[in-house]
Write a protein that binds this ligand. Structure first.
Ligand SMILES: Cc1cc2nc3c(=O)[nH]c(=O)nc-3n(C[C@H](O)[C@H](O)[C@H](O)COP(=O)(O)OP(=O)(O)OC[C@H]3O[C@@H](n4cnc5c(N)ncnc54)[C@H](O)[C@@H]3O)c2cc1C
Length: 287
C-alpha cells in the first residue's frame, strides 16, 4: 500500500524544524530514520497531515561523552552509536543492546532517539534508558524540558513527547566503577524483535558484595519493566533474583509465543544477564 497524502517539510535548522512542528501541532510527525514510521504510513496505521524530515539537521548528528554519561543527538543512527568506542567505554550497555537491534541495514538508518520516541515495548533502547535512569530532551520554540525515562514511556507506542515537540537528544548515564552490565534476548530469527529480553546492571563494593542489582525486561508489558533485585541477590543469589524478575514481568500471548513461555524465557535470560553483569563488575572487563 501507499501512504495517505501528507505535506512534506525538509527544514535546514533545528529552529526551523521546531517552528514547522509547532505550527503543524497534532497533524505533524517527525521523520527520522523512517524504519518504524514508513511501514506505519504504508500500512495506513498513521496518517499525519505534515511530515517533518529531520535528516538535514546535522547539528543533531552527535554522540558526546559528557561528565556522567553519553548524550546522543536525534540524528545519530544506531550504527554510529554502536561503533563509538567512547560511548561504549562510558556506558557498555549501549553497544550491548544496539548489537541486538534489527539488522545492520536498519541500524544504518534508524536513530536511537527515534527508537525511544517510538516507544515499542519490544524494543531494546527504551529498556536500557529506563534501567539506567536516563532522560529524553524535548524542545519546542522557546521551551526545553528533560523528561526522565521513568515518566517518558507512557504506553505501547506512546511517549511523553507531545504534539509539536521535537526530541533533540537522549542522555544515558554512565555506570561508574565496579559496575557491570549485560543484555540477553531470544528472537525467533536473528534481527527480529525479541520474544523476551533482559538488560541487567550490577554494582559491587570493594569486597565484591552486591550493592545494586537491577534488571529491565523487554516484551514484558506495555512499557519497560525495571525490577530492583538487590535484596534477592544478596540474600539468595542470582537464581532467586531472576525468579523475582520473571514474577514481575507481564507478558501477553500473541501469534509468536504464549505469555507463559515469555515469562519462562524472561527468568532464564534474567539469570544469564545478572550473572554476566556481576562477572563484568568483578573483573572490570566487558563479557
Ligand atoms: C525489519 C525491522 C526490524 C526491526 N527490529 C527492531 C528490533 O529488534 N529492535 C528495535 O528496537 N527496533 C527494531 N526496529 C525498529 C528500528 O530500530 C527503528 O529504527 C526505530 O524503532 C525508530 O527509529 P527511526 O529513526 O527509524 O524512527 P522513525 O521511523 O523515523 O520514527 C519513529 C517514530 O518516532 C518519531 N520520532 C522519531 N524521531 C523523533 C524526534 N527526534 N522527535 C520527535 N519524534 C520523533 C516519529 O515521528 C515516529 O512516530 C526494526 C525495524 C524493522 C524495519
Amino acid at each position: 500500500m501507499k501512504p495517505p497524502p501528507f505535506e512534506y517539510h525538509a527544514p535546514r535548522s533545528v529552529a526551523e524544524a521546531m517552528e514547522v512542528l509547532a505550527a503543524a501541532g497534532p497533524e505533524g510527525k517527525v521523520l527520522a530514520g523512517g524504519q518504524s514510521l514508513i511501514p506505519l504510513l504504508n500500512m495506513r496505521l498513521a496518517a499525519p497531515g505534515h511530515l517533518v524530515d529531520v535528516n538535514r539537521l546535522t547539528a543533531l548528528d552527535t554522540v558526546e561523552v559528557e561528565p556522567g554519561g553519553v548524550r546522543v543527538g536525534a540524528l545519530a543512527r544506531h550504527a554510529r552509536v554502536e561503533r563509538s568506542a567512547e560511548a561504549a567505554a562510558a556506558q557498555p550497555l549501549l553497544r550491548q543492546a544496539l548489537r541486538l537491534v534489527a539488522h545492520p541495514v536498519i541500524r544504518n538508518r534508524g536513530t536511537v532517539v527515534g527508537s525511544l520516541v517510538h516507544a515499542d515495548p519490544a524494543a531494546e533502547l527504551p529498556a536500557v534508558l529506563t534501567l539506567l535512569g536516563g532522560s529524553v530532551r524535548l524542545a519546542r520554540p522557546g521551551a526545553v524540558r528533560d523528561v526522565p525515562a521513568a515518566g517518558f514511556f507512557t504506553g505501547p507506542l506512546e511517549s511523553a513527547a507531545a504534539p509539536g515537540e521535537l526530541a533533540v537528544s537522549a542522555f544515558f548515564p554512565a555506570s561508574g566503577p565496579r559496575c557491570g552490565t549485560a543484555f540477553h534476548e531470544v528472537a525467533r530469527r536473528h534481527g527480529d524483535y525479541a520474544l523476551a529480553g533482559v538488560a541487567a546492571l550490577v554494582r559491587l563494593d570493594d569486597g565484591l558484595r552486591v550493592t545494586a542489582a537491577r534488571a529491565a525486561c523487554v516484551s514484558a508489558g506495555p512499557v519497560p519493566v525495571v525490577v530492583d533485585v538487590t535484596g534477592h541477590a544478596r540474600a539468595d543469589g542470582w537464581a532467586a533474583a531472576a525468579r523475582a524478575v520473571a514474577e514481575r514481568a507481564e507478558p501477553e500471548d500473541d501469534i509468536h509465543a504464549s505469555a507463559g513461555y515469555r515469562r519462562h524465557l524472561t527468568g532464564v535470560l534474567a539469570e544469564r544477564a545478572l550473572r554476566e553483569a556481576a562477572l563484568s563488575a568483578a573483573s572490570g572487563e566487558e563479557r
